[in-house]
Design a binder for this molecule. Sequence first.
Ligand code: NAI
Length: 355
Amino acid sequence: MFDLEAFDDHREVVHVCRPEVGLRAIVALHDTTLGPGLGGCRMWAYTDARAATVDALRLSRGMTFKNALAGLPFGGGKSVILGDPARDKTPALLEAFAAAVEELGGRYVVAEDVGITEDDARVFARRTRHVCGVAAGDEGGDDGGDPAPKTARGLFKGLEAAVSHVFGRDDLDGLRVAVQGLGAVGWKLSAQLHAAGARLVVADLDAERVERARAAFAAEIAPAEAIHRAEVDVFAPCALGGVLDRRTIPELRCRLVAGAANNQLATDADGDALAARGITYVPDYVINAGGVIAVAHEYLGERAAGVVRAKIDRIAATVSEILEQAQADGTTPARAADAAARRRLGRRGERRRAA
Ligand code: NAI
């Protein structure tokens, strides 16, 4: 693991193996300067253990930056369970994983991610106190529970700010947006964009979701493998990571990329390649922080009405600041965001940059 490119001086990486319930999992804690590692648990049918390790390392690093820039008192953590959620997920497996989280004594705080639902997080809560994203709450409300609606809200606000920066306009009427992935976040983003008058092109691997979007949002449909090539103003990746790479970037026909998916850039160099093509990229961890802001406050027991929502809505200001800073410094938004997050991490972050 220490030799992997994705390894970035992670504080601690725990391998959990409970063969009696078919559990193999990895908990990665990246930087804990600002507090315990907080980040979701992903369940995925990885091709091999190496792919799972790389994912845990990269995702937990992303959480360090996300939590720091969102102003949360948490470090970067993430966990992955190796397995197909549709086939391998059982209450016993989820409970065994949660018991392992409890054994970490609060150094890691878990929530839901791809493949782990709010109901699954409630199963976690049977065996660990260090879980969030489980409180009962209404969708737009401030009181915790499923982070996806909050992520979508922050994404929409951030997208509005980015549109204002790039296109110099304060409304979305007639703006063409390609949404890749109509899951929990992508669907809600699409609904908000449609309500704001945007024209949508959508894609998902699930044909039924795509059909529903056509009916609900008058959306145009693109094949999943071609959505990034749609001729639009904005491309919003809301499926899985790594979508912006050497192959896809030359094919993009948009001026702005702003979406929820974690780790959208396959490599740091891909951020530079986007800038070279004149495409503004809103760093994923800046714009998709709405969910973690909500669950972090749930965990801290700070659920005063309006406070969480105001923090989520501040994502718009952060997006504007990062885009303006990048412009002023002649750098990319990805590098400007990393620098801003490192400043919050203080000296340890500075050393990391120097390394
Ligand atoms: P989800 O699992 O509900 O939805 C993902 C959707 O993408 C599914 O409908 C799936 O069929 C589709 N999809 C997968 N591969 C695709 C492809 N190649 N082309 C088109 N569609 C494809 O996940 P969710 O919660 O909506 O999250 C979406 C992304 O946002 C993920 O990368 C997640 O890590 C990230 N994210 C989610 C947050 C949340 O609060 N749910 C918070 C921050 C990031």
